[in-house]
Design a protein around this ligand. Sequence first.
Ligand code: SAH
Ligand code: F3S
Length: 446
Amino acid sequence: MPEADGTLGKKVFIETYGCQMNLADSELMGGVLADTGYSSAESLEEADVILINTCAVRERAEDRVFGRLSHLLRFKNDKPELVLGVTGCMAEHLRDKITDQAPYVDLVIGPDAYRRLPALLDKATGEARDPVIDVKLDKAEVYEGLTPKRKPGVGGWVTVQRGCDKFCTFCIVPFVRGRERGVPPHEILRQVENLAERGYKEVTLLGQTVNSYRYEDVDFADLLEQIVPIEGIERIRFTSPYPTDFTPKLIETIARHDKICNYLHLPAQSGSNRMLDEMRRQYTREEYDQLVDDIRAAVPDIALSTDIIVGFPGETEEDFEQTMELMESTRFDFAYLFKYSERSNTYASRNLPDDIDEEVKGERLKKIIALQESISAEVFKSKVGGTYTVLVEGESRRDPNELCGRTGDFKTVVFPKADGRDIEAGDLVDVKVTDCTSHTLLGELA
Ligand code: SAH
Ligand code: F3S
């Protein structure tokens, strides 16, 4: 029920930058606001409130938001009562810079303040013309009892863990998202059951180091066991696991249940032990390789992806070659490849000079992207001729006569609709793969 008449009929537009956790948080904010009488704006033009949910993980992400804010100023000029807010990690990281550089921003709120969003918006709409700021981190907040406002679709996200305690030396996440905390299992089950009731077929469990999940005596493998029986949910995914938080029990759980998808994102960051140590990643190259071997032994057809940072302080050609070698030997299905970006507050920013030339970083990035592109192309080609179960997501963007969906191992498949077969989003169908590009499989209904 709407709490205050003032919010009735007001429309909010939420724009999201960054990771899946941010997309999930935007849905959470949408839910909180819907409960207080706000509805979703279809466009920026019709919005009474615009919220930019931001990422702070690399400098470029923050630069983009500043660019976006100066663009949005025109909407404020056209409609002075418009409330413009910055939420999420960058609000936490750069509240002063935001209010200095974009003084027209009305609201700056961090990732633990979303429960207070309606009250903060009321305050921002009131007389006060100073920006309303709430960046308090709260080591207990897991947003229990709130129901996100999800877009209709075949898959939904459920956050099972917030924050991060690992403090990798390059990473800002522990500073902007606070301490690691698990969502109680009964709340996670409520969320997944809610997805199933509403017709979603797939759930992706989210956490910064999702497999370190623990709530009282329930660990991540136990949590998966509790989710598997939920009827209607056909596929379970999770991201991102942290390499040293895999247990034999978890690997065995993944292997035993068909519903748990045969795809894992396994951030490696580097192939050099010296860099891994400086990054404080808690594993060696050998331990990472062993983990990949153990996972592949248990789930032979599993697809793997990774995150890599090139140009970390002190990275020599030799360190970089070891990362190239890791990519060649592991043969990830795909990879997210980044140039090191110094982030204030982190151990690296305080102790390790950002000493790799921008040009060298750029060259290394180009080299590793080229290598991964060729590996991805080979991996995708190896799928041609096989038949895979695809969860249909809808019509392909290119052609309304085609459908698209994902395989269990997270590859996009595009295939023509078939005469006489009424296939809809949410259906599981077998598709024979006949061709591919380096990022998409092409096929026909089997
Ligand atoms: N544990 C999280 C990581 C979040 S950050 C997860 O896997 O979901 C996502 C990725 O961004 C990291 O794995 C890392 O590769 C990259 N990253 C983080 N901090 C960075 C920095 N300072 N510079 C460049 N890349 C960074
Ligand atoms: Fe960042 Fe390392 Fe946690 S990359 S999110 S500090 S696991």
